[in-house]
Ligand binder design. Structure first.
Ligand code: SF4
Length: 207
């Protein structure tokens, strides 16, 4: 059966998987290791999706909306900026208390050739941006960006998000093989931007 699993549930919370496209190709990305998250196949049959497709899949999970909704899947959600925005609009209009978080690689302004952040004010409550490394060299090794200046784009996006008043967290994945992710340096970068910092230890084949 053709599958387009745009919505999945992890630990009782709703996640939205908008795309399999990404401007990074991180060595530690879960999609390098497995096809599913808790049994839900994350590879989309088609990238031609609409906000209505997502909303239809959200409806059976209305009872879980109070735990928040996170845009995070096997790809970069801002690659589908219009769909993301429309789904967030639908959610905020119909369930004003819903907390919306976007996990992003921070390339969204570059990818959409505009500053997407002002359009998401009042729709997105929090961005979690993948900082991944304390410098460009290690970032390029770990995240293998397909765009020029991916590291700087990510830093600028984070700063802009903080300046616009979004709750912003910058995250790293530590203990992946023997890559030297310096947690205190990364934390310093996050705090200098005004963002919070989160370290997630790499869990092989897991979440
Ligand atoms: S940015 Fe996220 S989705 Fe893209 S390759 Fe890295 S971990 Fe995977």
């Amino acid at each position: 059966m053709a599958e387009n699993n745009l919505v999945y549930i992890l630990d009782g919370k709703i996640y939205i998987n908008l795309t399999n496209r990404c401007s990074n190709d991180c060595l530690f990305c879960l999609r390098q290791q497995k096809d599913d998250v808790v049994g839900t196949n994350m590879w989309l049959e088609s990238e031609k999706i609409t906000a209505q497709d997502v909303i239809l899949q959200l409806k059976p999970h209305k009872d879980k909306l109070n735990k928040g909704v996170t845009f995070c899947g096997y790809g970069e959600p801002t690659m589908k900026f219009n769909v993301l925005k429309e789904v967030a609009e639908y959610l905020k209009e119909n369930y004003p208390d819903v907390y919306i978080k976007v996990n992003t690689n921070g390339h969204g302004n570059f990818l959409n050739k505009k500053n997407i952040l002002p359009e998401l004010k009042g729709l997105v409550d929090e961005f979690s941006v993948s900082l991944n490394a304390q410098n460009k060299e290690l970032y390029n090794t770990l995240s293998q960006p397909k765009i020029d200046n991916g590291y700087d784009e990510m830093l600028n996006f984070s700063k802009e998000a903080v300046d616009l008043g979004f709750k912003t967290t910058m995250s790293v994945v530590s203990k992946f093989e023997d890559y030297d992710v310096n947690l205190s340096e990364c934390e310093k970068i996050a705090h200098s931007i005004g963002a919070e910092f989160r370290n997630r230890e790499f869990i092989p084949n897991g979440y």
